[in-house]
Design a protein around this ligand. Structure first.
Ligand SMILES: [Zn+2]
Length: 216
């Protein structure tokens, strides 16, 4: 399932600025991440934003956000997609937990948090929206926090209309494989976790650094 348009994001509060509690949590976890980096230095996840051909930093742009577990560094394989439990979006419960791909068996996924079993086509594989650079930043920050600040941020540029690419993905329901093929071939820029930590350790706001990366 692809979540389309920013309306559900606004309703779910995802696009709201960080609350004081969330901002404090970012700061606390930044301290913890410094320690993690000094030992492992690796981000566990990737947040990827794919923009289409009409992308412009100065105006609201179509994009697709997806989430990945970094494979090569941790278990020797390729990246695997992280799904989002659709419980809240379907109005069944309040759950929006990430569901790792290894919870995927025989076309069904079990949410590790609410333990509901979902069909493959029901879980959220990507978020499509038309947002300003500032709102793409906020969306990134919200999920960055949910991924425990252990994420590299990737931006890719698709040469065609992002909506048609995402629609194909949704129709084929190949559990991210189609998207995976697309993402592996496109020009990209990366804001790796170690740079994020370095840039913010001097006191720069995380939101401002991510915004600068998105519009760069
Ligand atoms: Zn759930």
């Amino acid at each position: 399932m692809t979540i389309v348009s920013s309306t559900p994001l606004v309703e779910a509060g995802i696009l709201a600025p960080l609350t004081p509690e969330e901002a404090a949590a970012v700061e606390a976890k930044k301290q913890a991440m410094d320690k993690v980096l000094s030992t492992a230095g690796l981000a566990k996840y990737k947040i990827e934003i794919m923009f289409g051909k009409n992308y412009a930093p100065s105006k609201p742009s179509h994009g697709a956000m997806s989430f990945w577990e970094s494979g090569s560094k941790f278990h020797g394989g390729g990246d695997t997609v992280l799904y989002i439990c659709p419980g809240r979006h379907k109005g069944i419960n309040e759950c929006e937990a990430f569901i790792p791909d290894h919870w995927h068996h025989h076309g069904f996924l079990v949410c590790p948090k609410c333990h509901k079993m979902w069909k493959g086509e029901d879980v959220v594989g990507q978020i499509m929206a038309v947002l300003t650079a500032r709102d793409w930043t906020r969306l990134t920050l919200k999920y960055y926090l949910r991924l425990e600040l252990s994420a590299d941020i990737y931006i890719k540029y698709h040469p065609s209309d992002i909506r048609s690419a995402a629609q194909k993905e949704q129709e084929r329901q190949q559990f991210g494989e189609q998207l995976d093929v697309v993402r592996s071939k496109r020009a990209s820029k990366i804001y790796p976790l170690r740079n994020i930590i370095k840039d913010t350790s001097a006191g720069a706001a995380l939101e401002d650094r991510i915004f600068a990366f998105i519009v760069s």
